[in-house]
Design a protein around this ligand. Structure first.
Ligand SMILES: Cc1cc2nc3c(=O)[nH]c(=O)nc-3n(C[C@H](O)[C@H](O)[C@H](O)COP(=O)(O)OP(=O)(O)OC[C@H]3O[C@@H](n4cnc5c(N)ncnc54)[C@H](O)[C@@H]3O)c2cc1C
Length: 396
């Protein structure tokens, strides 16, 4: 393994930095948004930004040109993601779901027609998917899902309920897991569908999360007709496609850059802020904790490099992705602790107030970081994957 980037890759990083510094919308920075979820305005900025990236071929950089990508390497994708996370661009979960997880799975299992219909518009930033996996009694035990898709005529009739569906209220399509055979062992009777969110019979109800924003939804399917051509891959083999999509999901590379960016902001804050007549930067305890976080962000970066390297070898990361997911989620927890410690009572003030340090980022971090150990599969489940598939330990 080469532990350095090639001159061409370094050149690409510089190009990316230059473009991002110039192009990130001023309004996004002014408002201190971090993700799309907050308002109609932040979503509009996000959509516009993704279209802009799409025009450059940067939204789906690694995809073949026939699907709207530039056929660039996973390493370059990593560089782009890292730089975008470092500067805090408007790209977020909608791109991760659509470009990072769902479409690569369609690329592996979809028909030629499905690939032509969904991949190029996704690469142009024109369409967004949401993930219809979790149900009230099927989260960690996803194979227990009960939403049914019954074959009828040349299509399927879908009935059931999904929950915690991020961006369902914004998405054009749902990547839906539904039960197509109730008689067989539970993971052998699931199929994957692409469902147009405008289909009659779909009701999306908001679930306001503890950040106070509308990010999640409950989605109800009441006799929803899905054309047979929207079944992805073989009927009843959906579990295996789902597993592929989940492996893509857990290999995220934005966290180390996000931690680093926050540490840099905290360092600056400590250099400018006095407590009890002393600069925070002179406090050896604070210095040690910030240094520790920087080191851990580097460790996570290396774990993510390993995943990228596996992808360049044509492999789908598995327990390796779980390792980086657990470490990343726990690192965000430690970053939150240090941030609250440094900002003190001011950490409770949200953006919009002149007293909020770092545009209220401390509070946002405090409210969002716990979810990182739940979304995409809880840390306990990831640890089981590491134990069984990574370390070869017995299940019980
Ligand atoms: C930010 C965020 C975004 C999300 N977005 C989506 C989305 O877009 N689409 C979607 O479908 N879902 C989404 N989810 C839902 C998410 O996938 C589930 O919350 C997650 O899979 C956990 O399932 P659960 O909530 O049913 O918890 P449960 O499975 O009920 O787990 C409860 C607790 O029990 C533990 N536990 C359960 N089983 C075991 C076991 N076998 N061994 C050890 N411990 C166990 C869990 O680790 C957890 O601590 C999102 C969640 C979050 C937080």
């Amino acid at each position: 393994m080469r532990f350095q980037f090639t001159p061409e890759q370094e050149q690409f990083r510089l190009e990316v930095r230059k473009v991002l510094e110039k192009e990130v919308p001023l309004r996004w920075k002014e408002l201190g948004y971090q993700i799309w979820e907050e308002t109609d305005e932040s979503w509009a900025i996000t959509k516009e930004w993704n279209r802009k990236l799409g025009q450059k071929g940067w939204l789906a950089l690694t995809w073949p040109p026939e699907y709207g990508g530039l056929g660039r390497s996973q390493v370059e994708q990593f560089i782009l993601d890292e730089e975008m996370a470092a500067i805090g661009t408007p790209t977020g979960i909608e791109t991760a779901i659509t470009i990072g997880w769902v479409c690569p799975t369609i690329m592996i299992y979809g028909t030629g027609e499905q690939k032509q219909q969904y991949l190029p518009p996704a690469a142009r930033g024109e369409i967004t998917f949401c993930l219809g996996y979790s149900e009230p009694n099927a989260g960690s035990d996803l194979a227990a899902l009960r939403t049914t898709a019954v074959e009828e005529g040349d299509g399927f009739l879908v009935n059931g309920q999904k929950v915690w569906t991020s961006i369902a209220h914004r998405a054009d399509y749902c990547w839906l897991a539904a039960r197509t055979d109730p008689e067989v062992p539970k993971h052998k009777g699931i199929s994957m569908f692409i469902v147009d969110m405008k289909t009659p019979g779909i009701t999306v109800r908001p679930l306001i999360n503890m950040t106070g924003f509308h990010s999640f939804n409950e989605v109800f399917f009441d006799n929803v007709r899905v054309p047979g051509k929207n079944l992805v891959g073989q009927k009843n083999r959906g579990w295996y496609q789902l597993a592929t999509a989940l492996d893509f999901e857990r290999s995220g590379v934005g966290t180390p850059a996000r931690v680093k960016r926050m540490v840099e902001k905290l360092v600056q804050y400590c250099k400018e802020t006095k407590r009890d007549g002393r600069l925070l930067a002179d406090d050896s305890g604070i210095r040690r904790r910030l240094a520790q976080l920087s080191v851990e962000a580097e460790v996570l970066r290396i774990l993510c490099y390993r995943i990228t390297w596996l992808q360049t070898k044509g492999k789908v990361p598995n327990y390796e992705a779980s390792v980086s997911k657990v470490f990343g989620a726990e690192l965000l927890g430690r970053l939150t602790d240090v941030t609250m410690h440094i900002l003190g009572p001011f950490s409770q003030i949200d953006r919009g107030s002149k007293w909020a340090p770092l545009q209220g980022e401390g509070l946002r971090l405090f409210l969002t970081s716990p979810s990182m150990g739940i979304g995409g599969g809880t840390n306990e489940i990831q640890k089981s994957i590491i134990a069984t598939r990574g370390l070869g330990l017995p299940r019980k």
